[in-house]
Design a protein around this ligand. Sequence first.
Ligand code: KIV
Ligand code: NA
Length: 278
Amino acid sequence: RKKITIQHLHGMKRECSPIAMLTAYDFPTARACEAHGVDITLVGDSLAQVCLGYDDTTRLTLDEMIHHCRAVARGSKSPFLVADMPFGTYQAGPEDAVHNAVRLVREGGVEAVKIEGGMEVVDTVKRLTTVGIPVMSHIGLLPQRRAMLSGYRVQGRSAEAARDLLNSALALEDAGAFAIVLEAIPHEVGNHITQRLGHAATIGIGAGWETDGQVLVWDDVMGTWGGHQPKFVRKFGDVRLEVEKGVRAYVQRVRNRSFPTPLESYDMPIGEMERFYQ
Ligand code: KIV
Ligand code: NA
């Protein structure tokens, strides 16, 4: 497969060829994205919940993120590789953000970073792109602000809120963002922002069908866990069912001694057992 670059992604936007982005958190999931045609692999901070069992993304540390980025990077060659900057690693200002983004690139092995926020992070986006670290922005529903937003809820439903999102998107593109994730907003707003941006590609999650690309969380796509899911999630696989079948069958075969069989076991060479018993 050909290596995907920012230039390639911008070409896809121009040609209205949809961009497929998917999260990955470890070597095998990275390999699956690599092997099956994903354009952008995101080491999302959803890692906090789906892999590490935290109850929101604010708990994830930079060291934990880097540890997972290294595993993903080892399994990823062609897709463009992006990592979320964890909560607290860019809020203190542009210089702090540069310092931490450099760690994600140099130690984590990713090509670009993603940061949540609109106008308030424009200076940070500008600083990062100026020093040569590509930035993917993320506006609309911002999971790192769950407490401030009083939960996960649809954004940009009033004309004023939609206008704020548009202005943020234009300013972020101006600041150098190569792409912008639009999360949980009306599809009309997703469409309008997509039309108004010049080169920055929009990647939607719960932002309708008119964005330049789509992103979902690996575990939501594969159905690796139960629980409530927002309406924008579609399950494309049922890994949880397969896992249940596999674990139950294994435990049962161990308990009734039908695993392992002689074919799954090693034999001692002829004569060795007599010598062994001597
Ligand atoms: O953390 C994540 O997985 C994300 C995507 C869903 C956009 O930010
Ligand atoms: Na995220």
